[in-house]
Design a protein around this ligand. Structure first.
Ligand code: ADP
Ligand code: MG
Length: 253
């Protein structure tokens, strides 16, 4: 199959945990297409199915029903080994808790997905250095996670997510553990990545974070109840309006 313009093509996906009387219908037929260059925020109350959807989009779990195509590949047809290869090649993950490896330099952390992907050492180093420079940490590459602030650690995690040039950046509450200043830094980097044409899907509770995206999707009880476009999708943000300045939360210094 030739990959279409859609990075994500989710068709009537369901997810059921458990069986019989105790079955939980976490997703009840979600359909969602995301084109290259879009920046999508997924919102919803606790228990609405955000993490379930995120796990399926990230190929960490498989749907109970429906189909999911990632960059043209039907994920349902893949075994565990092929799924992990697809994950490594196509997706960059950014987590709320950073998930960096302790006692490893920022550079080594960012090189890791390239090492798994079989990229040779000199090329690995070069690309990891470029990714760290892109997030403004060119002067912190030898620092270990415990020598970095939370905001800096999350910027390392962003560098690690983008170093493989993935089709999709998938972020789960990426600013959930950050103070106002670091939140602004990380959101600024995501804006830049979006402007440069990266495709981003992020889960957030915060309206201020969602307001930076180009499109906001709301989940209630495992279904999409709202899909609202704020800015034009597409390869670059140049044709659309620039990201709006979002007032910072109260308590900002
Ligand atoms: P959210 O991330 O929006 O809080 P989740 O996707 O984690 O929502 O959960 C959606 C529903 O599925 C909830 O009712 C939750 O209790 C249930 N659920 C999530 N994971 C599991 C699991 N592994 N086993 C059983 N039920 C689950
Ligand atoms: Mg969750």
């Amino acid at each position: 199959m030739t990959p279409g313009p859609m990075v994500l093509d989710v068709r009537a996906v369901t997810k059921v945990y458990g069986q019989g009387d105790t079955a939980v219908h976490a997703l009840r037929g979600v359909s969602l297409q995301v084109e290259r260059g879009d920046y999508v925020a997924i919102m919803g109350a606790s228990g609405s199915g955000k993490s379930t959807l995120m796990n399926i989009l990230g190929c960490l779990d498989v749907p109970s029903g429906g189909r999911y195509l990632l960059d043209g590949t039907d994920v349902g047809a893949l075994d565990e080994r092929r799924l992990s290869i697809l994950r490594n090649r196509k997706i960059g993950f950014i987590f709320q808790s950073f998930n960096l490896i302790p006692r490893m330099s920022a550079l080594a952390n960012v090189e890791l997905p390239l090492a798994y992907g079989g990229v040779k050492a000199p090329e690995r180093r070069r690309r990891a250095q470029a990714a760290l420079s892109q997030v403004g940490l060119g002067d912190r590459m030898d620092h270990e996670p415990n020598e970095l602030s939370g905001g800096q650690q999350q910027r390392v995690a962003v560098a690690r997510a983008l170093v493989t040039a993935p089709a999709l950046l998938l972020a789960d509450e990426p600013t959930g553990n950050l103070d106002t200043r670091s939140t602004a830094d990380v959101l600024g980097i995501l804006d830049q990545l979006s402007l440069s044409g990266r495709t981003i899907v992020l889960i957030t509770h915060e309206d201020e974070v969602a307001a930076r995206a180009k499109r906001v999707i709301r989940l209630v009880d495992g279904g999409i109840i709202e899909d609202r476009r704020l800015r034009r999708a597409g390869q670059t943000g140049v044709a659309g309006p620039p990201p709006v300045a979002v007032p910072l939360a109260e308590g900002a210094r």
